[in-house]
Design a protein around this ligand. Structure first.
Ligand SMILES: NC(=O)c1ccc[n+]([C@@H]2O[C@H](COP(=O)([O-])OP(=O)(O)OC[C@H]3O[C@@H](n4cnc5c(N)ncnc54)[C@H](OP(=O)(O)O)[C@@H]3O)[C@@H](O)[C@H]2O)c1
Length: 275
């Protein structure tokens, strides 16, 4: 196994929470989440309520903005609801990104973002590179600490972007599932190049693993639920899972992954389930 320079984290996901978003974000931070993921994509995320939840939690817990890792995304037109696009779709890609970032900073009540992701690759590649160059300018001016990309499943594309980038992607956020062989090649590349691999659909795409007899046995051995064993496994192999639970019981349970370790033999066994 390659040594991972990145400290894996569990990131609270804010999609699909609608009017409960602020309350759930506040509870998640109170329960101990310190990383929050959202997007400037009103179709799936209420970013303004994410900002309200963050502020309430910061005030309630007497925390500072710097105590949190806040990540949002620029969503290209194809991923937006045509009737609710948070920028002018007729503008250049640069101006779309500029407006989207301004909206995000205002929604999230922050003057900087820890991480800004391109929600999906843009084609042609020349347009993707144009967008990337513009994202880089926000790292230069301090608006954003790091940039990354999501839903990029093609090794050759990610590698090309990595090579052409002046400021390298620090995050790859992908669906973690069988259809892409769990991004094995991409994950090796990420580990070797100091890129944080963030997974979504970690539980929902993998009931065959979470409910397997192997996980059930480990659940008994460690006295943790199979879901918790699986999340712990992800962190052990260098993945930062997103977790959008709406249950404070699951929040507590899932954050307990940082209080125990899995034996090497068990990690290797779960790895064989990622066929
Ligand atoms: N980049 C992208 O395109 C993209 C796409 C999808 C999602 N995301 C991000 O990823 C986040 C997470 O989304 P997700 O699709 O991975 O799924 P998720 O929202 O984390 O949901 C997974 C399911 O797991 C359940 N769960 C959580 N902890 C559990 C536990 N300990 N035991 C049993 N069940 C448990 C949840 O139910 P309960 O609510 O009952 O706990 C939920 O039904 C999103 O909010 C979003 O931020 C990004």
């Amino acid at each position: 196994m390659l040594f991972n320079l990145i400290q894996s984290q569990m990131i609270y996901g804010t999609a699909w929470k609608k009017e409960a978003t602020a309350t759930l974000v506040e509870i998640a931070i109170k329960e101990g989440f310190r990383a929050i993921d959202t997007a400037c994509q009103p179709k799936h995320y209420n970013e303004k309520l994410v900002g309200e939840g963050i502020q309430k939690a910061l005030n309630g817990l007497n925390l500072k903005r710097e105590d949190l890792f806040i990540q949002t995304k620029f969503t290209p037109i194809g991923g937006q609801d045509p009737n609710n696009i948070p920028y002018d779709k007729n503008e250049t890609i640069e101006n779309q990104i500029k407006t989207s970032l301004e909206v995000s900073k205002s929604n999230l009540q922050t003057h900087y973002l820890d991480s800004l992701l391109l929600h999906s690759p843009i084609s042609p590649y020349s347009e993707l590179l144009k967008a990337w160059r513009f994202l880089e300018s926000f790292v230069h001016n301090g608006d954003v600490k790091q940039i990354g990309i999501s839903n990029c499943y093609e090794m050759s594309l990610f590698q090309k972007l990595y090579e052409d980038a002046t400021i390298k992607p620090k995050v790859l956020q992908n669906r973690f599932y069988e259809a892409t062989s769990y991004d094995k090649e991409l994950r090796v590349f990420c580990l070797a190049n100091d890129v944080e691999y963030q997974s979504f659909w970690s539980l929902s795409a993998n009931p065959h693993i979470v409910n397997s007899k192997e996980l059930l046995q480990l659940s008994q051995k460690y006295q943790k639920s199979p879901a918790v064993i699986f999340y712990r496994f992800l962190v052990e192999i260098g993945i930062s899972p997103l977790n959008g639970t709406t249950s404070d019981i699951h929040m507590k349970e899932d954050l307990s992954i940082f209080n125990f370790v899995l034996d090497k033999i068990d990690i290797e066994m779960i790895e064989t389930l990622l066929l």
